[in-house]
Design a protein around this ligand. Structure first.
Ligand SMILES: NC(=O)c1ccc[n+]([C@@H]2O[C@H](COP(=O)([O-])OP(=O)(O)OC[C@H]3O[C@@H](n4cnc5c(N)ncnc54)[C@H](OP(=O)(O)O)[C@@H]3O)[C@@H](O)[C@H]2O)c1
Length: 625
């Protein structure tokens, strides 16, 4: 298999290096790079890649069977204009990640192609595009915790055990989202391949030239081939040059997709890539290139909405806390930096968990009241369900920051009500006979007398009592300012709230860790339910208890202690959480849980509409031209 790689950049180097390291070049794979800078007839080598010769474009392309376009997509029109007549007879592997402008430029060139030097001499070009999706299963629609990047399931039926249903944090299954029938129909075809309705433009074999760079390239080459079929394959655009250069073909797992309208061309590319140790799946349609290239253009698509929600929540909570404490309660404004921020982080972290559990629970109640296992959800609720993993992880981040800041602020002067007053010590020093000639007493030479005072004594009382006691003993108080020391211990509120707070933080951490794809994929169903549902609920309850214990003694003091009658943060933040937890407890109560299990099993209530909807989706899929 003779492979010409156009370009000498990182991707070209990575491919050639991988071919050598994997042993592919010891078999039937021959690799050459082509560079504009190589002189005709000469053969040079790139430093570090002595086994891959670099020669001029024309002679390398003439020699090759497969051509890899390891160039920027913007260079494609120029390359096709010059070498199109050679490309049309070869399998063209497009690994580019084009911008929208690149695609438009190639499509424009395809509409108005400049004549190729030897168009007529090279009919029958095939263009192949290969695309590698390296996203973890978790984010691409995994078996357990993940959600598709832009999923559009027309109907999801909750088959989980009743006690764990619809309530997992960090990316549990959507409970039972079922959009309107027309949405289901529209989503049916892409859903079959795990795509969202926003990514459906690739569906169908008649995608326009501007759908993707691979399509535009295919159209451009078709001109050069004078209408003969071209063999373009899209692949590898999901794999980084770093992975190609540094991975170990023996142990590392590089995955990609080879998409092409020409099945044989795609299979040829798969054979090549598999010889190099790359796990390659063939998709028999170049239309899939739309998704492959679109994936590259998106930036943290599934994180954007959850990040906004959590960020806006944090800002609103910070503003509320600053107004309540700094403005109305006259706390110094400089404390808005850390003390107030810490309150807002804790509040936002707690409500992040609330955001995770609320939609699932609401859906379960909808199942219960409608007595059907399939519930139609509004689109925004469905998106909310899909974002639970990200919301859970962001809430974990906030809680960890809250723990770190609280550690710094953890002192009686900040959290006075969590510490119990203990005995106050006064310190008397003397005697007068030890004074020096200036009437001063060297501190080190003075005996010290500790005077124990009642717990209720203030610092001023301690000083006065120490002075009196020392004077009575014939001593001289030389430095009364140093005569007071106060020691305190946590009271029951402090101990209990810290315990459950730390338990909440670390159990959240465990739940978050089990959402990592490498761990998720090793969990069986029961383990996943334990980590994502039960442990997650435990974190939520513990975090609520932490906040509740912190503030509950202040709630009855509204009339006197609440500035401008604004409720405390602990009251505002825990009230909705307590309601959700009570709702969950009700669902777990034996009669309700029994009823829910029967509804989900289809024994009681209305039968599931799943079969009818599934059949209609299948029909509409088949009916597509
Ligand atoms: N870098 C990545 O991690 C990565 C990952 C996935 C996909 N990709 C895609 O892979 C492609 C190559 O990436 P790269 O990082 O290797 O790019 P690069 O560093 O820009 O290298 C491109 C190479 O193309 C050659 N070239 C430029 N214009 C040319 C022209 N008109 N005719 C012939 N050759 C030309 C140049 O080699 P000479 O000067 O020697 O001719 C240059 O070294 C890009 O489309 C990129 O989107 C990159």
């Amino acid at each position: 298999m003779r492979v010409a790689v156009i370009g000498t950049g990182p991707m070209a180097q990575g491919l050639c290096s991988l071919a050598t390291r994997s042993g592919a070049t010891s078999g039937n794979v021959e690799m050459r790079m082509c560079s504009r800078r190589a002189e005709k007839g000469s053969e040079t080598f790139l430093e570090g890649l002595p086994l891959t010769p670099i020669s001029s474009m024309r002679e390398t392309l003439e020699w090759s069977e497969i051509v890899v376009l390891a160039v920027q997509a913007s260079q494609i029109p120029a390359i096709v204009a010059e070498h199109g007549h050679l490309l049309v007879t070869r399998v063209v592997l497009d690994i580019t990640n084009p911008s929208r402008a690149d695609i438009d430029a190639i499509a424009a060139a395809a509409r108005d192609p400049s004549p190729s030097p030897a168009t007529s001499s090279s009919p029958g070009t095939t263009v192949i595009a290969v695309d590698c999706d390296r996203r973890p299963r978790d984010s691409a629609g995994s078996a357990y915790g993940g959600f598709p990047t832009a999923p559009a399931p027309a109907l999801v039926v909750d088959r989980r055990p009743p006690d764990s249903a619809v309530d997992s944090a960090y990316g549990g299954f959507p409970a039972a989202p079922a959009p309107a029938p027309e949405a289901a129909e529209a989503a049916a075809k892409p859903a079959k391949l795990g795509l969202s309705s926003s990514q459906t433009s690739w569906v169908g074999s008649t995608a326009s030239a501007s759908a993707s760079a691979a399509h535009a390239l295919s159209a451009l080459l078709s001109h050069a081939a004078e209408g003969s079929p071209v063999r373009v394959v899209k692949a590898l655009n999901n794999v980084s040059a770093y992975a190609l250069i540094h991975s170990d073909p023996l142990v590392d797992d590089i995955k990609t997709v080879a998409a092409s309208d020409d099945a044989n061309a795609a299979k040829l590319v798969r054979t090549l890539l598999e010889a190099m140790g790359v796990d390659c799946r063939v998709v028999p349609s170049l239309s899939y290139a739309v998704r492959m290239e679109g994936w590259h253009r998106g930036t943290f698509a599934e994180w954007q909405m959850p990040c906004w929600v959590m960020f806006v929540s944090l800002v609103l909570m910070w503003v509320f806390s600053a107004v309540r404490y700094n403005h109305y309660d006259h706390v110094p404004w400089y404390q808005a930096t850390m003390w107030i921020t810490n309150k807002a982080l804790g509040w936002a972290g707690l409500w992040g968990l609330l955001y995770c559990y609320l939609p699932g629970m609401a859906t379960t109640y909808a199942q219960l009241f409608r007595r059907t296992p399939t519930v139609r959800l509004w689109r925004w609720v469905q998106r909310w369900m899909e974002a639970r993993k990200q919301l859970g992880l962001l809430s974990l981040l906030f809680v960890m920051l809250h723990l770190a800041l609280s550690t710094y602020l953890w002192m009686p002067s900040y959290y006075t009500k969590l510490w119990q007053p203990t005995d106050v010590l006064g310190l008397g020093v003397g005697p007068a006979g030890k004074l020096d000639k200036y009437g001063m007493a060297p501190a080190a030479s003075l005996p010290k007398q500790a005077i124990k005072l009642p717990a209720s004594a203030s610092a001023a009382d301690a000083t006065a009592n120490a002075t009196a006691a020392a004077t009575a003993a014939g001593n001289l108080i030389a430095r009364s300012a140093a005569a007071v020391s106060i020691r305190r211990r946590l009271n029951w509120q402090g101990e209990a709230s810290m315990l459950v707070g730390i338990l909440a933080g670390f159990s959240m951490l465990l739940t978050g860790l089990t959402s990592l794809p490498h761990i998720t994929h090793r969990l069986n169903w029961g383990e996943w339910v334990l980590a994502q549902s039960w442990l997650g609920w435990f974190s939520f309850c513990a975090a609520t208890a932490h906040t509740l214990i912190l503030g509950i003694t202040w709630w009855p003091t509204a009339a006197t202690a609440w500035p401008a009658m604004i409720p405390t943060i602990t009251l505002l933040s825990t009230a909705p959480c307590v309601i959700v937890i009570a709702g969950k407890l009700l669902l777990m109560s034996p009669p309700v849980a029994f009823a829910l299990a029967r509804i989900r099993a289809g024994v009681w209530g209305k039968a599931s509409q799943l079969h009818a909807i599934y059949v209609s989706r299948h029909r509409s899929w088949c009916a597509q031209p």
